[in-house]
Ligand binder design. Sequence first.
Ligand code: PLP
Length: 377
Amino acid sequence: MNKIPFLEPNPARLSRLVKELEAIEASGVFTNYGPVNSRLEQAVTDEVFGSGQCLTVNNATVGLMLAIREGAGEALASGQRFALMPSFTFAATAHAALWAGLTPLLCDIDADGWASCHAAEEELLARYGDQIAVIVPYATFGNCIDLERYGRLAERHGVSLVVDAAASLGSLDAKGRGFGAGSRWPVVYSMHATKTFATAEAGIIHCADAERLGRLRAMGNFGFGQPRTATMPGFNSKLSEVGALLALAKLREFEPVVRHRAKLADAYRAHLPGWTFQRVVGQRLAYQFMPVLLPEASADRRDAIIARLIERGVSVAKYFSPHLAEQIYFRQSCVISDLPVTNAISRRILSLPLFDRMSADDVRRVCDALLETEGAP
Ligand SMILES: Cc1ncc(COP(=O)(O)O)c(C=O)c1O
């Protein structure tokens, strides 16, 4: 029986874009916010968000570095040093804050949506208040989070906000808009090969504040606020024209991809009644994979369960276990608050396969294999 991979990267086929590649070669413009890049930024703005502006970056980690550094701004000089973020996220988020000169302050998550816990954030803002420069919530696994609340929180505490929405491109908020639409603060999305919006390496920042986005654009071009003159911190975060072409081609085929994945997610929920899935916030989640919690009593046997699934031809993963506070480097470089929910979720999490070519029968096979090894909760 054929194997079921955990993920299967499915970028648009460059080999079918020969004419477009020849046009890039003929233009002599290969990067530096070129014409293909401009078309991509406009198309994503129009088709995904419907308003505001977008800025491409060469990956979301770099996008987060850029946005967090911009958000920290003067706060760095005045000694405000923390970036408040959940421990239940990917290494990139904490690395980005550290590269921007801040110390990640790791907070707990809520028990059903698995994003930063509001009470924990409030408590840390009260305790560390004037030392927190930027709040960096994560829209966990592509789920939506309440950006209006975050806008109010940032204003009330006089801090900046950068949203890590690495897996949320294609997710729809409660009003049916692309998650992040209209945000005055930068929202950063990944277009990594393994994401639902698959390219090779790329990312995009959406922000309704044109001035802020312009600053990010200049920072990403060596801090050149004036012609070939650095007027602000900077580095090179630009996306190549070939990278932009790959993303434009993905955009053309994206909507059916997200719909298909949502159907597969429904099938997972139907085949695993009684299992604990993430609570979906918003109208649609652009599933990258299918996270589920193992029954509490099985958590200690997770690695054995994974090994047995592999024997049955099913590959799975365990995002995010270890979570940030469990990783050697972040234990040394971050400030860690109490994380009871994070620890409880992280030890039970199992990430089940999802990919564009997957069928409803494949989902049934994964679920049957899981139920055979584990039984119903
Ligand atoms: C939560 C989170 N933030 C940031 C990133 C970084 O994205 P990229 O691979 O585009 O740098 C990822 C990548 O998987 C992620 O999962």
